[in-house]
Design a protein around this ligand. Sequence first.
Ligand code: ZDP
Length: 363
Amino acid sequence: MAANNASAAHSRGWYSHHHSVKSARTTTRTTTTCSSCSLSSSSSATQTTGVRRRRGEIIVPNAIIQRKAGSNYSETSVQFWKYQGLGNDFILVDNRESEVPKISPERAALLCDRNFGIGADGVIFAMPSPDPAKFDYKMTIYNSDGSEPEMCGNGIRCLARFVADLDKDQRGKKYNVSTLAGLIVPEVREDGQVAVDMGTPILNASNVPSTLKDCERSHEMTVDGEKWLANAVGMGNPHCVVYKKANGEMISDVYGLDLPKIGPIFEKHETFPAKTNTEFVQVVDKGRVKMRVWERGAGCTLACGTGACATVVAGVIEGHVDRKCVVELPGGPLEIEWREIDDKIIMTGPAEPTFEGTTALGV
Ligand code: ZDP
């Protein structure tokens, strides 16, 4: 890294890393692995980019199959920044000059691939405000399979830190961000942590959307022959929260669960017509739980902000936890508070830049 480059990066508080793809690889072999349990998975695929095809044990993203040899450089190169919140990592794009995302969903899926692309759980665009009187920016996000979720808790912390870093904003600034789940308000605090007003949870089953009878209590779901008790919670995006088996047995070792096996079955279960994120929760005490997540469209990730919020909401409804609770994810802890006075959820956690670069890789 050139010295002037390094000092420019230092003055912004992080190191610069120029990402470029030099060799035109034609091989199409890659695997999908679970980042928090290192197991291969065959089923974290995909809505908008089509089903990933299996070749033996090898899962090949469609974006790569469709790419013709020698065509992996696109006309346009895109500058990006990489951020992570508790190991949930995102490619950030400054898209504030245009209403149209600079990267297509198919290209996003390719760039998120950890072997053929940059590697990320999703791509997030800082978009222009749809209504400057109400919002500072809009957040658009694609999952690693190219599908578009309504909201992303870790992602919005990264977005806030990203625009604060770009504009060299004072710490303590709050941003009114427009999302498909409505107004969400992150604040980059003095200590670099980002506290987000995530709004109120959706506790009307058909709005989650879920066909479970209601959100007031847990309901039985059969997955791979086993009966679980699940709560439906909406955070803009759908969540299915599981604390116990239908026989009343609480989850006692969340790391003993075979997520790549059961996660995809929950994800596509008929009781969640828009598919679902699923959180598996082990209670430590009323103020602390361990949670692992299987994300819709992204598989096993190290953290899920909206999932941590849904975990506390379901835990309070079921009497397992207090309204103020630390959710320990594979990537680290998130502080969640479901406020009694206004029903809003405040999520507090880190968001850090890791590198920036330019890519011409495309489909
Ligand atoms: O709802 C979905 O399809 C999720 N995969 C979106 C991403 C949610 C995320 N894990 C979060 O932190 O809320 C990024």
